[in-house]
Design a protein around this ligand. Sequence first.
Ligand code: NAI
Length: 336
Amino acid sequence: MEIAVFSSRSYDRSFLEAANAKGGNRHHLQFLEATLTLQTVSLAAGSDAICCFVNDSLDRPVVEALSRLGVRLIALRSAGFNHVDLQAAESAGIRVARVPAYSPEAIAEHTLALILCLNRKIHRAYVRVREGNFALDGLLGFNLCARTVGIVGTGKIGAALSKILSGFGCRVVAHDPVPNPSLADMGVEYLPLDDLLGAADIISLHCPLTPDTHHMIDKAALGRVRNGVMLINTSRGAVIDTRAVIEGLKSGKIGSLGLDVYEEEGDLFFRDLSGQMLQDDVFARLLTFPNVLITGHQGFFTQEALEAIADVTIENASSFETCGRAAYPVGTERLA
Ligand code: NAI
């Protein structure tokens, strides 16, 4: 198949080419640096399939334009599919496939990195030591052992993080409309969201972005958290209301914030903007806090995860070509 790979970077190219080679170079991959938008969709002309990442736009106008160009498969290089208008794709007869579980440990371990770094102020210590400042004032942390961690969403990533944190001796409490029975054996306790918010020293978000979870952490939710709580979001930016969180940081209600995702990350992440003026004032405000640590959506960025993403993406394309159905189609979920 002819596959146009949008938002591709050097690492996408090398992992996808390797995966394609394993299958005998069955597909022709056209690597495009451009993000998919209504302005760039014409680059998909002549392709049977497109391959997209989290900040490509797959709203109704783009999906309809893809249909007019003859595209029949959207192969996502992600687990999340909140950026796809599934109804539009279904009406247009375009299949949507994703990579449901490429490496939950990759994101869980990155979440742990954010927790440990923020708690022990490693980001500040690194800079101090390089400048010859060995004072410890301001670097005080707390033991993770025996602390309560609230995990919102105990699917694959939330479960992997629960296991890691249990190993640290944490009390893990969780909230999920579909509890994960395997976690009960580990002593994970399911609570209503409000109770979790009130009980946790650290809150970590691992639910998908849906209409239900949009701005789940807003002003009202922050009114229920413990003073000085650590909030971590590696799921999707819009699960938290960033402006409310900034107010929480200013008042001290939030003691520290770790983000791998941001509501408006589509205009920022996955490219080098270091020579440009930052236009996003909300993001700029976040960067002023010493107790905020932001990474640019790199939770998935491990060797193992990229290899799995590429393998499943090629498998999705191959099964679609063979039997008209991708190996891992997005189900009938409705998010719009
Ligand atoms: P999953 O589908 O295995 O688990 C999601 C869990 O969230 C499910 O158990 C579901 O019942 C639960 N959930 C749904 N609505 C909820 C609600 N209102 N409150 C609490 N829980 C709710 O998904 P997985 O693989 O664990 O990924 C979770 C999310 O992580 C993805 O949707 C994606 O947004 C994000 N992600 C981030 C990555 C990164 O690089 N930072 C990489 C991969 C995923």
